[in-house]
Every structure is written in C-alpha cells, then in structure tokens.
Design a protein around this ligand. Structure first.
Ligand code: DCP
Ligand code: MG
Ligand code: MN
Length: 336
C-alpha cells in the first residue's frame, strides 16, 4: 500500500502468483476483462499475505478470493500445477491471441479479428493483414520490442537523450523515470522526463529534440509522434544505440512545464500500481492526483467530481508526499 515506507515485502507464494499472473494475461488477451481483474485482485492479496498458504480455507479467506479461485490456489499450493493453465497452453486460439496482443498497437479485439481471418503467425500478419502504421512497426520489430533491456542500456539511452537536450538548451533536465528510476534490473522501455527550471524553456524543446534525435539516426520509428495532454507533450517511439549487436528499444519522451515537474516525476516513476494506490489514498482525503497536479478540497459524488478542487504547489517529489501526509518513499520502494 502507499503508506508503508518499509522495504518491499517478501512474497511467500511466488509459485501461486506466477501462475495466476499467466491466467490474468490469458484473460486479458481474450478480452475477458472481469476475469482478468478478479485475478489481479487476488494476486495482490496473495502478494501481501505474510506466509505460505497451507489450506483451502486460508486461500478462501483472502479478499477477492471466492470458492473457484480458492480451488485454483489450493491446486497450485498442493501440486505445483494448474490444469486450467495447461489447458490454455494447449489451446491454439488462446496461444495465437496471446501472440497477437503482444504486437505493439494491437488489442484483444484486433487480435481476435486477425484470428477469425485465419491468421496464425507473425509472418501471416506481415503478409496478409491490414496493419496500422504502429502495428507495422510492432510486427517488424516483434521480438526486439518484447525483449526487456538491461538497466545499463537504459542508462546509455538516457544519456543520448540528455546530451541532445542539453545541446539544444542549457540547463535542461532530462531524466529516465519508470522502471529504470525504480532501480529495476531490466526495463521494458525508457521513459525520459524533460523539463526546464526557468519555467518556460521547455516549450520549444519537444520538436527540436525529436528532430535532432531523428537526424542523428538514434530514433528509428515513431509510434505516436505527439500526444498532448494539457501542457505536457509525449513522444512514443523506437530508438537504437550506435554500434554492433544493438537492438531496437522502446523510448518515451515526455516534456513538461516545471510547475508540473513534481507530480510528473511521481507519475512517470510509477509503478502504475503505486500510482493507483496514491490515487486511492487521495479519494479518502478529498484530494486528486495525476501527472499534472495535486488538488485539495475535491468534492465527489460517487464516481463524479462535483468540484475540481484547488492546486497545491508541489515543486518537488518530496512535497507531493508531504501534501499527501505520507512518509517519502524512495523510487526503489514504489513497486506496490
Ligand atoms: N503509468 C501509469 N499507468 C499506466 C501506465 C503508466 O501510472 N497505465 C506510469 C507509471 C509507470 C510509468 O508511467 O511506471 C511508465 O510506464 P511504463 O509502461 O513504461 O512502465 P514502467 O517503466 O514502470 O515498466 P517497464 O519496465 O515495463 O517499462
Ligand atoms: Mg518504462
Ligand atoms: Mn513507457
């Protein structure tokens, strides 16, 4: 939860959560959102459970775990296996949907449509499917984009972006957030957050930075050239470091005004799960938090906001935690 500041708790039931994760992923790829959600909720409860699960009743007592899920948990605890997962692994359609939903820019509906057209492999997609420009990139670089990079490589990518940014504008801040900042050993992509302490120089930087990184050959493919939300601009693309044996890697660049830097830093450092805990905490305190701002005095009626609240100035990450009245948590301790 968001309030504890201790080291990440150990998981005493990794064999169980691993298999349930696979189940959740399968249900996500078949667009079975409620089942996937139910599994995620159970996984969370099992992760927080302070000892190995040794009975069916114990499993059933966890929040979000009903009789059927308790059966599955108990099956794994006893036998180390889950028949339903085995079944999925031998089901062609399920496997193909998993393969297809891993194409960047393809969701469960697209995956199903491709399956129904008789397509079965990534080669089939290359030859016969109507692909969006994003999916074309996703298909061409399928294996590389699924591969997580060692954190050292993420550091090198951060450096290339930072040096390009600094050469455009003195004093610019460019910092890799996401899993890299949380200290993970591998990263799915690099999320570079860019701002300028003078409060205005960030404005011209987005186009110049992307252009420069394209001209140098570092950026190889665009996925989303620009996504604007309020005063923030986000680029999603693919890059490749110079030299032999380099792979294409996913890179996100987010440019934000300095006034939003504190909240943006918290948001893009994540994890997504941690952000959800923070937002949940906000709801209990009439606050709201997103990548732009922290607001107080929010009035909600059910899921609707009747009053938007007022912005609290949060120039630093520490000030965000302070305003939320919780102890500061270093990035390494924000996985849950
Ligand atoms: N984020 C979020 N909610 C989402 C997606 C992202 O709050 N649905 C935030 C938290 C993430 C950050 O943005 O940590 C970066 O998103 P990534 O998808 O790049 O996730 P990570 O960097 O955490 O992990 P990975 O190593 O897979 O990239
Ligand atoms: Mg990331
Ligand atoms: Mn990202």
């Amino acid at each position: 939860c968001a309030q504890s500041s201790k080291n990440p708790k150990p998981n005493f039931n990794t064999n169980i959560t691993d298999m349930l994760e696979e189940m959740a992923k399968t249900y996500e790829s078949t667009n079975d959102k409620w089942r996937a959600f139910g599994y995620q909720k159970a996984i969370k409860a099992i992760r927080n459970y302070p000892k190995p699960i040794t009975s069916w009743e114990e499993a059933k007592s966890l929040p979000g775990v009903g009789g059927r899920l308790a059966d599955k948990i108990w099956e794994i605890a006893q036998s180390g296996e889950l028949r339903k997962l085995k079944e999925f692994e031998s089901c062609e359609m399920t496997q193909v949907l998993k393969l297809f939903t891993n194409v960047w820019g393809a969701g469960p509906q697209t995956a199903l449509a491709w399956y129904q057209q008789g397509l079965r492999t990534i080669d089939d997609l290359k030859q016969k499917a109507h692909l969006t420009s994003q999916q074309k990139v996703g298909v061409r670089l399928y294996d590389e984009l699924l591969d997580r990079m060692p954190r050292e490589e993420a550091g090198e990518i951060e450096k290339v972006v930072r040096e390009a940014a600094e050469s455009i504008q003195e004093g610019i801040i460019a910092q890799a957030c996401g899993s890299y900042r949380r200290g993970k050993a591998t990263c799915g992509d690099v999320d570079v957050l860019v701002t300028h302490p003078d409060g205005k120089s960030h404005k011209g930087i987005f186009v110049k930075l992307i252009t420069k990184l394209k001209e140098s050959g570092f950026l190889t493919d665009d996925l989303v050239s620009v996504e604007q939300t309020g005063n923030q601009k986000k680029y999603l693309g693919v890059c490749k470091l110079e030299g032999p044996n380099r792979k294409h890697r996913r890179l996100d660049i987010i440019v934000v005004p300095y006034s939003e830097y504190g909240c943006a830093l918290v948001y893009f450092t994540g994890s997504a799960h941690f952000n959800r805990s923070l937002r949940h905490l906000c709801k209990t305190q009439n606050m709201s938090l997103n990548e732009h701002a922290l607001k107080i005095g929010v009035v909600r009626k059910g899921a609707d906001k009747i009053y938007e609240g007022t912005i609290v100035q949060t120039p630093t990450e520490e000030s965000v935690f302070e305003a939320l009245k919780i102890p500061y948590r270093p990035p390494e301790e924000r996985d849950h």
